[in-house]
Design a protein around this ligand. Structure first.
Ligand code: SAH
Length: 228
């Protein structure tokens, strides 16, 4: 799979692309990530990419022209713009994108991007959550990491990605490891029993209980999403 990132700050990604599952996916060739510096498409001697908003107001807006030139030639790629006004990302969205050959992630900055760029060049708008960041880079890094671990051959244990939170619409059960007793608290006895059927039953019931108490919204949402 190849992912292109259009950003004013390619250096932002040096850390996230260099460690863990993302680094592994890049090494094995399961994933290729290309940085497209928006500045390269800036206008004039100063490579201008932003301008004051029509109608007035604070801050600057990324101009449609440089963004358009940066995504042009990527027509076969699914083009995503990060914005707080987009659909909130969830596991279903990442599962769907992980099945694509090519993804183009556009990171806004300042007050955002000229709406006509979104109308003409963007297939889907996505949000990292209901809060405002300074740019789309954190969302792009999150998407790259979430996708990398879904690609074949990237996780050591292929079952790891299946048992995770959200895979079956539920939160994951609590986890324990050695020592069996920590500061007076014993790990659940069933997990040390060696009885796999009991262990599995315990895990399922804890997933349900956790989801009910912490994220009841996940259980209410029984209607399948349009792209599921
Ligand atoms: N004026 C905008 C916020 C701009 S923040 C508004 O009020 O909606 C600048 C850029 O950061 C945005 O263009 C977007 O690309 C990115 N961004 C900020 N918050 C985000 C979020 N929650 N999810 C995805 N991208 C976000």
């Amino acid at each position: 799979m190849d992912i292109a990132v259009i950003t004013l700050f390619p250096a932002y990604f040096e850390g996230p692309l260099g460690v863990g599952v993302v680094a592994k996916a890049l090494e094995t060739g399961a994933l290729a990530v290309e940085m497209i510096p928006l500045r390269d498409y800036g206008v004039g001697a100063y490579r201008q990419v932003d301008d004051a908003p029509f109608g007035g107001g604070a801050g600057m807006v990324l101009m449609a022209g440089p963004l358009a030139e940066a995504v042009e030639g990527r027509e076969g790629s699914h083009r995503v713009l990060f914005t707080p006004a987009g659909r909130p990302l969830d596991q279903g969205v990442l599962d769907r994108w992980a099945g694509l050959d090519s993804l183009t992630l556009v990171c806004g900055r300042y007050e955002g991007v000229d709406e006509r760029f979104a109308e003409l060049f963007i297939d889907e708008e996505a949000s990292l959550g209901d809060y405002v960041l300074a740019g789309g880079e954190a969302a792009a890094a999150a998407v790259i990491e979430g996708i990398a671990r879904l690609l074949p051959g990237v996780l050591g244990n292929p079952h790891s990605a299946e048992a995770e939170s959200f895979r079956d619409g539920l939160l994951e059960e609590p986890q324990y490891t050695r020592p069996a007793v920590f500061r007076g608290r014993a790990a659940p006895e069933v997990l040390l029993s060696g009885d796999h059927a009991r262990i599995e039953a315990w895990r399922v019931s804890r997933r349900l209980e956790r989801t009910r108490s912490r994220r009841p919204d996940l259980l209410k949402d029984e209607t399948p999403s349009p792209d599921a």
